[in-house]
Design a binder for this molecule. Structure first.
Ligand SMILES: *[C@@H]1O[C@H](CO)[C@@H](O)[C@H](O)[C@H]1NC(C)=O
Ligand SMILES: *[C@@H]1O[C@H](CO)[C@@H](O)[C@H](O)[C@H]1NC(C)=O
Ligand SMILES: *[C@@H]1O[C@H](CO)[C@@H](O)[C@H](O)[C@H]1NC(C)=O
Ligand SMILES: *[C@@H]1O[C@H](CO)[C@@H](O)[C@H](O)[C@H]1NC(C)=O
Length: 263
């Protein structure tokens, strides 16, 4: 398919779904300290012998890194976890475990390097959005975003081989020069990748989101800008979401329309 045709198709899909700016217009506005969960889009991706991080982007799609899920089966996601000690009546907000139906990775993904390291997990059911389970914002019109200067607020589960923190915790990262990732990780990153990290804190967590607080129509939202691919201590490489927008929209919204036409 030529990119012109593809662009027209995407525009039609977006008009069809009534959304011009975000992949899912239900992504929360002003997601701050007063909400039930500060990161209602955070997912734990559970495999038989490891856990990774992921992000809910649509009612039936979670995004993560390809290296986490490539050639794997029996994948589940856990949604709706947050620090229950800080809120009353948290039983009203139970977490939810959902099985993954299909895994999509870009056709040029190759396990031996960290290019195209992104994966979409199609869930076996549509998530019902609640205060503690909502999708993150994915901007479809890039020129509104400034990814140059600001820092990232990025939650991590602090996964280790033996233990997973019971809810995601906020971490602040800054954008680093790609050269730094090149030196620290011994790879050749390109524009489809982002290098980010922290001077002292560890950042490594496969599939974790790189999140930027953005303003749109004078309201703040959290936008997904990267998916962690690889890292060593405090220098981490992310797949740049902007480079994969067409791929993401094509899969997520095409599946939606096919499903709508069947039922
Ligand atoms: C994955 O996380 C879940 C939930 O915290 C935990 O029960 C499980 O033991 C973890 N699995 C691995 C392999 O770490
Ligand atoms: C995928 O997994 C199957 C079964 O576990 C294995 O036989 C095969 O070699 C794997 N393929 C790759 C490319 O890792
Ligand atoms: C971003 O992070 C750096 C390093 O931690 C810090 O010096 C700087 O003040 C931060 N900038 C903003 C806008 O928060
Ligand atoms: C945007 O928000 C600021 C601060 O909350 C407020 O002072 C300003 O009037 C708002 N602007 C518009 C156009 O709503």
């Amino acid at each position: 398919m030529t990119s012109v045709v593809f662009g027209v198709l995407i525009s039609c899909l977006l008009i069809h779904l009534g959304s011009a700016y975000f992949l899912d217009p239900n992504c929360p506005i002003d997601p701050d300290h007063n909400s039930v969960s500060p990161f209602p889009w955070m997912a734990l991706v559970m495999l038989p012998d490891k856990n990774c991080s992921g992000t809910l982007i649509y009612k039936n799609f979670v995004i993560t890194s390809a290296n986490c899920v490539f050639n794997q089966s029996q994948i589940k996601v856990l949604l709706g976890e947050f620090n229950r000690k800080l809120k009353k009546n948290t039983f009203e907000f139970p977490n939810k475990e959902i099985l993954v139906r299909s895994v999509y990775t870009p056709s040029h993904y190759n396990e031996n390097n960290y290019k195209n390291d992104i994966a979409l997990l199609q869930l076996t059911e549509n998530v019902l959005y609640e205060a503690h389970i909502r999708p993150i914002c994915i901007w479809l019109i890039g020129f509104y975003i400034d990814t140059g200067k600001q820092n990232f607020t990025t939650p991590l589960w602090y996964l280790t081989k033996k233990w997973t923190f019971p809810f995601p915790k906020r971490t602040l990262f800054s954008k680093l020069e790609l050269d730094l990732c090149e030196h620290s990780l011994g790879i050749n990153p390109d524009k489809s990748q982002i290098c980010a990290g922290h001077e002292v804190k560890l950042c490594v967590e496969a599939g974790s989101p790189l999140v930027q607080k953005i303003t749109f129509n004078n309201r703040s939202r959290h936008a997904l800008v990267g998916i962690q691919s690889y890292g060593v201590s405090n220098t981490c490489l992310y797949t740049n979401i902007e480079s994969y927008l067409e791929w993401i929209v094509g899969i997520v919204l095409k599946v939606e329309i096919i499903v709508n036409n069947i039922f």
